[in-house]
Structure formats: C-alpha cells, structure tokens
Design a protein around this ligand. Structure first.
Ligand code: PRP
Length: 183
C-alpha cells in the first residue's frame, strides 16, 4: 500500500520507496565490489528485513546465497537487556563463509550486538552488517555497520517491513506512525 492509502495513520514520510530503491542500488554496487571473487552469504533477520533482502539481493550484480534467522525478545524488558531468543536458526554452516547480515533497522543495536557475537562463535570468515535504517539517537550499544542506508530520527517508524503490532509492513515507504494509532 501507499502512504496515501492510510494517510490518517501517518504524520511524515521519512524515506520514499524511490529513495530506498536508489540507495539499495548504490549499496548493492558497493557490496559487489567489496565481495568480488568471494562466496557471499546474505542473512536476513525476519521478519522486518524481508523487503530489504528482496530488493537489495535482486540489485546485487553477483551471485549470493541467502539464509534467514528469526529472533525475538521475550518482551520490552528483554529488549533492553539484549537477551534474544532464536525462533528460527540458520540452515547454513557459517564456517569459512563471508556473511552479510541484512537488517531493516538498527534501533538500540541490542539485536545485532547479540547476533554478531553469536555468529562470531560459529566460525564465519567475515561478518558485516547492512542496515537500511539506523537511529543514532536510540543506540544503547555501538554497532559497526559497514553499509547503512539512512540515519533517521528517533521516531516510531513503520513501513517497508517495519511493523506496529504486525501491521504496516506492506507500506511501500518508511513513515512516522501517528501517535493516536498507538496511544
Ligand atoms: C526489529 C528490527 C531489528 C530490531 C532492531 O525487529 O527488525 O531486528 O528490531 O532493534 P534493536 O536495534 O533495538 O535491537 P523486531 O524484534 O521488531 O522483529 P520483526 O523484525 O519481526 O518486526
């Protein structure tokens, strides 16, 4: 759906679909240069990263394998503690692999911090992160993210994979959710 279809639920459009696609094209070219001649494994973090993975991977001018991981916190308290539960693990053995974790957003950074540590223990040859969005003001831990799409303000954003109570993931753009929706 487009922002115009649900305009009462949104305040601002932060990043348009066109801007996202242009940025993913740019990042894909950069990643292809950096990983030239290497075996690249893209790991998408469900569910938010589905859109980024689909659009980024198709723009990548090289072959790459894909795998998925589903993680979730036990609730708000767990998010702040950084403890993550694996709901679906990788099907791939990471030994000797060049891994690029594909994320929709880095908020506090706690999910990625946990994932990076977890992946490091599995013997990957290299591990980098690509995140479409990052909220610098929300960071609780610093994540070394090599490929960042857009830095955005610390607002409640939805769309392009990002949800509120499982809704709005299918919005084409990234937009700020109107407070009346969640308060
Ligand atoms: C979101 C997002 C990241 C994480 C970022 O996932 O996709 O994985 O939160 O937040 P953090 O930097 O504060 O850890 P979420 O747990 O909402 O699950 P979802 O992808 O299924 O929506």
């Amino acid at each position: 759906m487009r922002a115009a279809d649900i305009q009462d639920d949104l305040t601002d459009i932060l990043v348009t679909e066109e801007e996202i696609h242009a940025k993913l094209e740019e990042l894909a070219a950069q990643v292809a240069t950096d990983y030239s001649g290497k075996d690249l494994l893209l790991v998408g973090v469900l569910k938010g990263a589905v859109m980024v993975m689909a659009d980024f991977s198709r723009r990548l001018p090289m072959n790459a394998s894909m795998d998925w991981m589903a993680v979730s916190s036990y609730g708000a308290s767990t998010k702040s503690s950084g403890v993550v539960q694996i709901r679906k693990d990788l099907d791939t053995d990471l030994h000797g692999k060049h891994v690029l974790i594909v994320e929709d957003i880095i908020d506090s950074g706690l999910t990625l911090s946990w994932l990076l540590e977890n992946f490091e223990s599995r013997g990957a040859e290299s591990i980098e992160v690509l995140a479409l969005l990052r909220k610098p003001e929300a960071a609780k831990v610093q994540i070394d993210c090599k490929y960042v799409g857009f830095d955005i303000p610390n607002e409640f954003v939805v769309g392009y994979g990002l949800d509120y109570a499982e809704s709005y993931r299918n919005l084409r753009d990234v937009a700020v959710l109107a407070p009346h929706v969640y308060s």
